[in-house]
Design a protein around this ligand. Sequence first.
Ligand code: NI
Length: 170
Amino acid sequence: MALTILCYPDPRLHTVAKPVQAVDDRIRQLARDMIDTMYQASGVGLAATQVNVHERLIVLDVSDTRDQPMVLINPELVWTSPEKKLNEEGCLSVPGIYDGVERHLSVHVKALDEHGNARVIEAEGLLAICVQHEMDHLMGKVFVEYLSLLKRNRIKTKMVKHQRELRAAS
Ligand code: NI
């Protein structure tokens, strides 16, 4: 079941998520729904925050075949490379906006999977970018907050206008 994605500047996107207390059927169902939502929106990652659930859970799929979903519960960065790189990013919560954000080139992330098993993922490339972007969501941070105030305000205005048009059309 696809869920509704919150759109910037919705204040709920700035909620700090709490740790998942138990990896149970409720969490597995949420993860499945988030994966459906991510695929339907053609995204490579989605954080629970974006579907208005404020628990530390993210889903990702950076494969070309779109059939290798990953579920990371209570993710923690255990290592980050000193090297950083500027990449163009977008976000399902900020449709149509792409801009440069500097991220660690590679990261090691410790997380539970949907069965409650702990593992450490060594991420680089798109996966590393995605993990950092989605983990920011869990802290209530949207990527546009790395941009200048001028740019951010411009994006905010555009998003509010866009959402008003969507409402008028429905
Ligand atoms: Ni995002």
